[in-house]
Design a protein around this ligand. Structure first.
Ligand SMILES: Nc1ncnc2c1ncn2[C@@H]1O[C@H](COP(=O)(O)OP(=O)(O)OP(=O)(O)O)[C@@H](O)[C@H]1O
Length: 312
């Protein structure tokens, strides 16, 4: 289990992470979702002891990362696949980690095989690896010590579609076997296909979190009319929460039939009406995390779908 508790990390005046609290549970894949600069990497860096928190606490399996005697045996970490030493071969990279962790040498070849790097590729220098191959090597290093927890920052970067499917299956299997997976991404679609629980961060703050199904179920209804502003006002006047998105669609917490009736009562012709589902989640993600598009009404509309943390 991973616990992030009232975590704040400041760089001068900037609160890169601002009072963030959430939990990643065993047996589940938790997606940590946010746009560029939202504070995902900073949170993961504090969690893995690479940055010091200004306040609050981050623990893995009940302890701070720095207090784990042989961390690689407890938690596998991949924060930046391109940061691996370019002058070493993939195999050497794994051998070094294997010796540092005090593992049997056979683990190296097992891991190369597991991540789909051939013997020939294992003998090539990392500087000659594609980004996708570096991700695979990074995942091999993370899994080497047989940890119960995985922390991955944008692990799908550089992977081709088959690679993404491979990684998804690998992480699913890891969680199904009782492991805890926390992975970050700025891509909703990626998180949506892989995660059981989703934590959305924007401008250093958690803006929504819960199970994926809760977030999807609470995504509401998307309605469009020629007069979007009038439509949003009519829905609010009828007692619903509604917000006008940048593309003219209105996201409301009313069900589709109720939203359609409210528009009809206001004399507005509806040109599109559907359950928001994933589109609603995307809309919510975009609006809750982008300063210039943020709309307090939408934040309120999203509120019933959110919880203070991933349910335990
Ligand atoms: N060492 C640092 N010094 C100063 N500011 C920093 C430092 N590290 C991160 N920041 C700032 O903190 C904020 C959060 O950055 P962070 O890298 O955590 O975002 P992110 O969500 O991981 O983004 P991305 O998806 O682009 O990787 C950004 O405004 C970034 O510029």
């Amino acid at each position: 289990m991973i616990r992030i508790d009232s975590l704040t990390k400041r760089y001068g005046d900037l609160a890169a992470v601002d009072d963030v609290t959430f939990t990643a549970l065993p047996g589940r894949v938790t997606g940590f979702l946010g746009p560029n600069g939202a504070g995902k990497s900073t949170t993961l860096r504090v969690l893995t002891g690479l940055a010091v928190a200004t306040s609050g606490r981050a623990t893995v399996l009940g302890r701070r990362y720095a207090d784990l005697p042989n961390p690689g045996l407890e938690v596998g970490v991949l924060l930046d696949a391109s940061a691996q030493h370019g002058g070493r071969t993939g195999r050497e990279t794994l051998v070094l980690a294997q010796r540092t962790m005090g593992l049997a040498p056979a683990r190296v070849d097992e891991m190369l095989e597991l991540v789909g790097l051939t013997r020939t590729e294992g003998r090539r220098r990392v500087r000659d690896y594609s980004l996708g191959m570096r991700q695979r090597l990074g995942i091999a290093t993370a899994l080497l010590g047989g940890p119960r927890v995985l922390v991955l920052d944008e692990p799908a970067n550089g992977l081709d579609p088959a690679g993404i499917r491979w990684m998804r299956d690998l992480l699913r299997g890891f969680a199904d076997a009782g492991g805890t997976v926390l992975l970050s991404s700025h891509l909703l679609a990626e998180i949506e296909t892989i995660a059981d629980d989703i934590v959305v961060i924007g401008h250093g703050r958690i803006v929504a979190s819960g199970t994926k199904s809760d977030l999807l179920a609470g995504a509401g209804t998307l309605v469009r009319a020629d007069d979007g502003r009038g439509l949003a006002a009519a829905l609010v006047a009828a007692g619903h929460q509604a917000s006008l998105g940048p593309d003219g669609t209105v996201l409301t917490d009313a069900d589709p039939a109720t939203a359609g009736r409210a528009a009809f009562a206001a004399g507005l012709a509806v040109t599109e009406l559907r359950a928001a589902d994933g589109a609603g989640l995307e809309e919510m993600f975009l609006q809750l995390t982008a300063d210039d598009q943020r709309d307090p009404a939408l934040a309120r509309a999203a509120a019933p779908a959110t919880t203070s943390g991933v349910p335990s």
